[in-house]
Write a protein that binds this ligand. Structure first.
Ligand code: SF4
Length: 204
């Protein structure tokens, strides 16, 4: 019989938040977030197994997810949009205004939006346009949970054809690795130190 102690409760919490973070993933679809990550190998492993994040990272992601679930009051919240097997969840969307808002939590407000986040909203823009939804204004709202502050950036998307070429190339590449059941090569970045699949890469 399993021993019920402090460690048991810790593990219960840890497992629960790891599951919660991954709850929205659809294993048979390519997610926009798969395609904006620097390392395709990480996205590949996300399709193959439930990541066991380190506790500190799991808590950050969990807080981020909880904040994402807070609605800003636009018509759609976490609006699911799909094209060509690629699925995205637009944080906040108003189809009449053509307004997209992506919320991001951070521990320090950036001076400019991160490239990865800009790509993410560009890919949402692409999926929305392909589904004939109106998009006039796109913003990223950073919420600094360490210093209780916010900062908003407007994003002007690149040309739709350029975005289309990029997103389809990445999606097809990821699909081909998934179908071959072979992970893409590792791409060592600062993210590796918190990556739940670190042991599968043996990066020193
Ligand atoms: S440890 Fe680094 S290289 Fe390996 S999957 Fe994670 S992010 Fe990619």
């Amino acid at each position: 019989m399993r021993r019920i102690d402090e460690y048991f409760v810790e593990q219960l919490f840890h497992d629960a938040i790891c599951k919660y973070i991954s709850q929205r993933r659809k294993p048979d679809k390519i997610h926009v977030t798969d395609l904006v990550h620097e390392c395709l190998r990480f996205s590949y492993f996300l399709h193959k197994e439930l990541p066991k994040w380190k506790m500190s990272e799991a808590i950050s992601l969990w807080i981020g997810q909880v904040i994402h679930e807070f609605k800003l009051g636009l018509k759609y919240h976490e609006f699911e949009v799909e094209w060509n097997g690629i699925v995205g969840y637009v944080d906040e969307y108003d189809p009449d205004l053509g307004l997209v808002i992506e919320k991001k939590t951070c521990k320090e407000l950036p001076r400019a939006p991160y490239e990865q986040h800009v790509k993410q909203v560009e890919y949402y823009y692409y999926l929305l346009k392909k589904n004939n939804y109106k998009v006039n204004d796109i913003f990223i709202l950073y919420i600094d949970v360490a210093n209780n502050d916010i900062r908003v950036f407007r994003v002007i998307p690149r040309d739709l054809l350029i975005i289309e070429k990029e997103i389809l190339e990445k999606a097809n590449l990821l699909k081909s690795f998934l179908e071959a059941n072979t992970p893409p090569p590792p791409i060592a970045t600062r993210f590796c130190r918190v990556c739940p699949f670190y042991v599968l890469c043996h990066i020193s």
